[in-house]
Design a protein around this ligand. Sequence first.
Ligand code: HEM
Length: 518
Amino acid sequence: QSTSTFQWPNALLGWADKQLFEGPLSILVAGCSARDDTTVAAQWLRIAYHDMSTHDIDNGLGGLDASIQFELDRPQNVGEGMAASLNDFSEVLINSPFFGTADVIALGAILAVATCGGPFIPFRAGRIDATVAGPATVPQPQESLATHTEDFRQMGFNATEMITLVACGHTLGGVRQVDFPDIIADSEEAFVDFDTTPAFDNTISSVSEYLQNTTQNVLVVGPNVTTRSDFRIFSSDGNATMQSLLDSNTFTQTCADLLERMINTVPSDVTLTQAISEPFNYVVSEPLFSYRNDTLSMATTLRVLNASSSATVTLFWADREGSFCPSTGCSVESSGSEQVLFDINFVGVDVGTAERYQFNATINGATSISKFWFEIDNNDGSSPITIDNNGAGLVIQQDSLFVDNSRSAGFSLPAPSFKTFNTIVVAVRGDATATASIIVFDPFSPNTAPPFLPVVSTVDLVLDETNPPDGDFTFFAGNISRTANFLDLTATSAGTTYTQINFDLSVTDFPFIIESSS
Ligand code: HEM
């Protein structure tokens, strides 16, 4: 078993891998053409820097914490790209109870740099979103070199690192006339790019064009001398740092290191996960259960990196007492597989191939399941590989409370309501005297302008008249938004409370029922 696979369950690492390698942000940011209203990469990098700029190394507060959502009315955060980026991040609906907007901003910066041909910066997740604005500490172009040097020191970067970080940032995008009419007077010019290539590079870039005195960067040569902040910063050490960045390997490597430090600048009480730079070897999706006629069904998938085309993959499980039951067949071969689409390919990052194997296990309802594991036989004479969570197995925390995958459904109501919703049916081991509720996490924000905050609500479930008791189970139901992606379940039955946290709704495959008016 590979060490590049995390101990299951780990909702944060699983989600971080999924959003980095298979998530929708790569599709949204793909392409790095000259700056216009359709290219988003540059503004995604800028927002990460502005959000990080609230860090104060002296007291450990601030950093990349999504406080930018509450700071957009400040002159230092002027820019149409700011609200637009937050809108992009909100629309993809990838926030979750443990993966906030700050993680999405960091991920956006990584993918923006990659799609423009820059280095692929490893991703750490686990940032904590601020709930209020941070201090007003983002440097502005009209401020002095001394002010900027002190601002960057406070963020954790010395004077040389300041020069480099600005040069790395200002190889993408440029200045918008509507945002900075004092810098670009000509209202006919919508954008003035920092350099003549949209790419993240130094060959024809902010660095070489600056040193050759051919730069068009308005923060270097703009008519307004007061706002030539890049000129003051770049020349502050007699161009020594800029000269060193002429070497393209130095440029790429130094930018990779500093941008990584930038996006990982977080309040000192925040602990980030391990760095992820390649997909985990094996990823197991949320097991989906359903109970019918005394039988428990479990569906799950296993993603295998660089899978062999001749592989046979088998799911095994142990019953409630922990025993394995070969005679009654506690194992099932995968029902099929599909090639994984690594969306990160859209930004030019090649992470190899993977196959996702599907499993549908039919489990004796009375003896149930306590844990499962997988075996991969490549059928090439090599020993089969066991995927068993470092020996512990993939443990089902309890089998007395679960979302019933085949009884839950999506609905679309006819006019005049036109409402759409999911009806979540939850199975509880117990009778009608049990109670059940769910905490619903919906990443869709009703706000039309930042902050785009997720909606978290509690729904008390009611006894489900359409699903009469079956075996030991009674069913409870409630309606939730179709964009909700995570649930915490709680039920109390005969004095015992059961819980299941972070149930991943995004992998469910409920039927969708369109009701007609007749
Ligand atoms: C003293 C420090 C800095 C100042 C005064 C400054 C100033 C500016 C200004 C005025 C713009 C134009 C924004 C607009 O019109 O929307 C801009 C754009 C940009 N800045 Fe900076 N910046 C600084 C440092 C940085 C750093 C450290 C980074 C990242 C590492 C960065 C990344 C960017 C990017 C990518 C853009 C282009 C945005 C776009 O095209 O939408 N900046 N900067």
